[in-house]
Design a protein around this ligand. Structure first.
Ligand code: FAD
Ligand code: GLY
Length: 376
């Protein structure tokens, strides 16, 4: 373990690992600190959808960033496969947003026209393309550009690719304190000792406030628990991802389907509730009846890191030179990881990203609000 780095990144999820990869590619000396294993937080629990058009975003800028990010993945994944030997399992068969009745069909069709994205598939076309889907569906919007992958594999591929370019991966290592002198970062104290650095990045999911409190800073984040069920069938039941209003069904290699996801705000518990498994399987089998006779493999949970306004924290803290945040990507951290890490790597090098206004994503925004309230 060397003792001086250009940057220490706290968090071995998809955001921290993508940033480690971006910075090492730019020639920086980087250490990545993870308290458990790679992808042991939300990144290992995610469905891996890169759903820039299907998901809802709280800010128009995020939508265009999400599309850029999604479209960067095919080449990133090729690059990572070459460097790490790990294949993140990109599925490019598109997404289907199904209509259960005539009213849903009308709404989806109108939304598709307003959005200028997607293609309307009539019930006959839907049945030909996906014969296991329920015959009573009233059609679907097909979005060819949407993709999905294996998020834990992506995270590992990023970390080991960064390592192949010189990054140090410090697993089972907890960051305990940010060291600063006169408002400038000096290092990160960890369970393995002090890592001296000029820049430190908070990319630890929803648990970053503890590190900031001693510095008098705040980064409010709430966990939103989500659960997913995996089933296996003898033959494939779905090729495209089905993104319905009450459930999504994501086909994975080896004839597996992931059915997700529940959403419980503020729930810090681990494990999976029996009624969540029941609800997800019931909702999924409304669309694919054969799910009832498929084999239950496993179910898991994770915590989406949500900010109060739903926008991520991306950028530097004005109060402490060299301290940055890349956190709070809520439902779309895997999707946003390519663009967010590239933007933050630019910020850390003092480069503006053309066409991107980072003000709404400032990690200082709640600090300013809190200080404003204290003055009043
Ligand atoms: P995390 O993956 O949580 O990583 C943070 C890491 O930091 C953890 O490994 C943790 O152990 C470590 N850490 C924390 N504190 C410290 C410390 N003090 N020292 C050292 N290490 C520390 N997003 C999508 O884009 N598409 C999807 O389809 C999708 N589906 C989802 C489904 C579910 C059920 C859930 C729960 C989430 C889903 N998400 C999805 C959201 C996505 O998982 C998150 O937005 C993303 O993984 C956040 O990544 P992260 O790196 O910020 O956090
Ligand atoms: N983006 C899917 C989820 O968070 O469940």
């Amino acid at each position: 373990m060397s003792s001086r780095y250009d940057a220490v990144i706290i968090g071995g999820g998809v955001i921290g690992c993508f940033l480690a990869y971006q910075l090492t590619k730019r020639g920086k000396k980087v250490a990545l600190v993870e308290q458990g294993e790679l992808a042991s937080g939300a990144s290992g629990a995610a469905a891996g959808m890169l759903a820039a058009d299907c998901e809802h975003f709280e800010h128009p800028e995020l939508k265009s960033m999400a599309r850029l990010s999604r479209d960067a993945f095919p080449s990133v994944i090729r690059e990572l496969r070459q460097l790490s030997g790990i294949d993140a399992g990109l599925n490019e068969r598109g997404f289907l947003v199904p209509a259960r009745d005539a009213q849903e069909a009308e709404e989806l069709h109108a939304g598709m026209l307003a959005d200028c994205s997607g293609e309307w598939w009539r019930p006959e076309k839907l049945q030909t393309a996906e014969p296991a889907l329920c015959k009573a569906l009233h059609g679907a919007v097909y979005r060819a550009e949407e993709t999905q992958l294996l998020p834990a594999r992506l995270t590992e591929a990023l970390a080991y690719s960064a390592q192949s370019k010189g990054a140090e991966l410090l697993l089972q290592t907890k960051a305990a304190e940010i060291r600063e002198i006169n408002g400038s970062v000096q290092g990160v104290m960890t369970s393995r000792g002090l890592l001296e650095c000029e820049q430190a990045v908070l990319a630890g999911g929803w648990q970053m406030d503890q590190l900031l409190q001693p510095l008098g800073l705040t980064l409010p984040l709430e966990p939103v628990k989500g659960e997913i069920v995996e089933v296996h069938s003898e033959s494939p039941l779905l090729t495209s991802t089905l993104y319905a209003r009450n459930v999504y069904i994501v086909p994975k290699p080896g004839n597996k389907l992931w059915l997700g996801a529940t959403s419980y705000s503020g729930d810090r518990s681990s494990g999976v509730r029996a009624d969540s498994v029941y609800k997800l399987l019931s909702a999924g089998s409304e669309y694919i009846p054969e799910i009832r006779s498929s084999q239950f493999i496993r179910a898991w949970s994770g915590h989406r890191p949500k900010t109060p306004d739903g926008l991520p924290y991306l950028g530097g803290f004005s109060g402490i030179h060299g301290l940055y945040a890349a956190a709070g990507h809520y439902r779309n951290g895997v999707l946003m990881s390519a663009v967010s890490s590239s933007i933050l790597a630019n910020v850390m090098e003092g480069i503006a990203t053309p066409g991107v206004n980072l003000e709404p994503f400032s990690p200082d925004r709640y600090q300013r609000q809190r200080e404003g309230e204290m003055v009043l």
